[in-house]
Ligand binder design. Sequence first.
Ligand code: DHB
Ligand code: MG
Length: 218
Amino acid sequence: AVNPLWSAVDDMIGEALLEDGPVLADCAARNAERGLPDIAVSPAQGRFLQMVCEIMGARRALEIGTLGGFSTLFLARGVGETGRVVTLEAKKTYASVARKNFDESGIGDRIEMKVAAALESLATLEGPFDLTFIDADKPNNVNYVEHALRLSRPGALIIVDNVVREGNILEPDEDDESAKGTRALYEHVNNHPRLEATALQTVGAKGWDGMMFLRVRD
Ligand code: DHB
Ligand code: MG
């Protein structure tokens, strides 16, 4: 459940800090119009992803789970004019909406989308990537992190979305495969020899959730 104050504050943050041109608003509007689920990152989270890319000087970003491409556009901004984003989407209907958003964005030439099950695409990819954003089917989170690690440069960052799920990760219901897949990720990265890990809880228009940050050791 979303506390109305969380949404109101997200709206205020958007108005106070995230003033922007029409590209992202058009993308969000198209995604809603085309019936995509309302589960993209918030504008504040997207801007954060962009800033992380900029701070790191990331030139190659990988995204697992395109949906309508809202987060992809922030990553494409973050990697700059000479950067590239590879984004993976399994659902053709989502990919066609994302394709339109990229074509209309003015920066679509920085984005390469692969439309297939992510594990299939990942098996064909070559690194190194500076940053990976994992935001796809949660039961595969451990598999995705291991692929991201294989494709990462030393010092790279891997960010995983939806790692709190309104607290459902504490004691996942037997039938909640998403919460179980994410809970398994915590166990997988705990004391991982090649990863330094933390996770931050968030509240906002998307409810109570969080992101995990995994730094690939040098
Ligand atoms: C879900 C997936 C997401 O990536 C997200 O940000 C929120 C919810 C979901 O599958 O429920
Ligand atoms: Mg998500």
